[in-house]
Design a protein around this ligand. Sequence first.
Ligand SMILES: NCc1[nH]cc(CCC(=O)O)c1CC(=O)O
Length: 359
Amino acid sequence: MTPHTLRLGTRGSELALKQAEMVEATLRAAHPELHVERVVIATTGDKRPDLRFKEFTDGDRLDKGIFTKELEFALHDGSIDIAVHSLKDVPTVLDEAFLIAAVLERAPIEDVLISRDGYTLETLPPGAKIGTSSVRRIRQIHWLRPDVECVEIRGNVPTRIKKLQLPSDLDAILLAKAGLVRLGLLSSDTGLQPVGETDILSVPSDSTPPTSALISPQSLADNISASPTDKMSVSLPDFPITFPAAILPCGKFLPAAGQGAIGIEARKTDSVTLAYLAAINHAPTFARISTEREFLHLLHAGCQTPIGAHTEIIEDTLTFTAWVFDEQTPDAPPQVINTSAPLTQPLLAASQAAAEVTR
Ligand SMILES: NCc1[nH]cc(CCC(=O)O)c1CC(=O)O
């Protein structure tokens, strides 16, 4: 019998191809008999790297699907069976013929500040210029550090990193940790060690004081602010400069809905494909992204709306935090919303949160 072939549509960026590879590997592991064929499709967002996000319009409305539309055309005409997306780029309202049928296990969801001089959000000098085109990142930066300036940049992940090279008027850029990890560009700074390890090693073996006495409050503070989990570096192959990178913890800086998740879109009527996908879906990730995307949907928001969203699963409970910035009032602080719901009811955490938003 000839094996069943599943045609997988993806964008052609380095990150998209990496993510397509991950989906292919997961499908093959679950279905060794399946033949997966890759189809690379350029999207409007890829074809016009010169345009700013605001300049993509569909009729007179902002085009929300610049990285997804062409993949959906191919799903429609049957030239592909599944479309692989960075879920945060996928509009929350899909064509009624399609659904997000599965997600892979989520990567880290944080944003990362990459700079030439090893800045953190706190140590950026006044007047520093930060490259990002995301309204969510711009509003959070403006709120947390009104004295620094955001500058629009576009391009794929490596292109943006290279924009930090001198002569550049950028002091830092913001990117998602997920993309850096998937492209293998992020590494821990080896000079930094976790709290405890260095101090304990320096103790003579014949004395055994309690470990707490070995670490002064100051060294603890230094270690916490420079722990290897939040101080890292970014380097590109074939590029001479390594840039320091600071991970922005989710308690301080909120990611986008769906950040770090890879979504697989399929035709609702294609039961054969849906069965293949059901077997690879990562249920906890699916619950989390369902809350995050439903919240945006209820607020009629897209990826170009200034909203930060963060879910966590704690035992059988899904907790949700959202920061909603008012689009009309650039200096206003966000509304901060916290809800939780049973893990089995992710949409409830979203509807309760949406009901709390006043506007
Ligand atoms: N809008 C671009 C985009 N879409 C997904 C990612 C990164 C991977 C992810 O968040 O899943 C990026 C780049 C970035 O924000 O740094």
